[in-house]
Design a binder for this molecule. Structure first.
Ligand code: 5RP
Length: 224
């Protein structure tokens, strides 16, 4: 039996070894990122001097609670390294992200990053993306239109709900969890989703990850 929690922790510990004094560091969202952020908090306590850019309100709170200094994204030209998780990845470094709803800021931060390090347990590695439903962030007013547009592309989708009703992202948008079956050409689908009016962002991360560090039993496998 694989211990996914321990694989995530091993991957997180490996990823933070890339951090150096003076770096601007993107802080991902989700349970794997939380483990990395806790490691970063320890390193900061022990004297590492970095500045973090969080990818969600939750991550911001966590980083602040651990005493990790933060910097306003508007004041930087680039981010040195981002450490984030993924819902699925392929060995070609294509990802589905957004299970935790933070895909928009995660993609902005990834786009600004010189190095995007993805940490994952071994359950996240897939031959084809798409078993995990693809999160698509939409302007609420456009949600019915976007559902129709996704259907024209061969997908189905449901607006994500939580205990309060429709789930809202940090930016107040909805998320449609879309099912396209196994996605044979993620780059092509990403291009089509980019052109749907009302779609703010989607969770296909193409050519954004620099490497994936996957916990693998007691050790790690590095892709990229
Ligand atoms: C949040 C994300 C997360 O990185 C993704 O959902 C993986 O989360 P976890 O590490 O909890 O499995 O994209 O928007």
């Amino acid at each position: 039996m694989r211990d996914f929690e321990s694989e995530k922790r091993t991957a997180a510990r490996e990823a933070v070894k890339f951090l150096k004094d003076g770096m601007i560091v993107g802080l991902g969202s989700g349970s794997s990122s939380t483990l990395a952020i806790r490691e970063i908090g320890e390193l900061v306590k022990n004297g590492l001097s970095i500045k973090g850019i969080p990818t969600s309100d939750k991550t911001k709170e966590l980083a602040e609670s651990l005493g990790i200094p933060l910097i306003d994204i508007h004041t930087v030209d680039a981010i040195d390294i981002t450490i984030d998780g993924a819902d699925e990845f392929t060995t070609e470094l294509m990802l589905i992200k957004g299970g935790g709803g933070a895909l928009l800021k995660e993609k902005i931060v990834a786009s600004l990053s010189r190095e995007e390090i993805i940490i994952a347990d071994s359950s996240k590695k897939v031959a084809f993306l798409g078993k995990f439903k693809l999160p698509v962030e939409v302007i609420p007013f456009a949600s019915a239109y976007v559902l129709g547009a996704l259907a024209k592309l061969g997908g189905t989708g449901e607006i994500r709900k939580d205990s309060a009703g429709y789930y809202r992202t940090d930016e107040g948008n909805y998320i449609i969890d879309a099912d396209f079956g196994l996605i044979e050409d993620p780059a092509s689908l990403a291009g089509k989703l980019d052109h749907i009016t009302g779609v703010v962002e989607h969770g296909l991360f193409i050519q954004l990850a620099s490497k994936v560090i996957m916990g693998d039993g007691e050790g790690v496998m590095v892709y990229g």
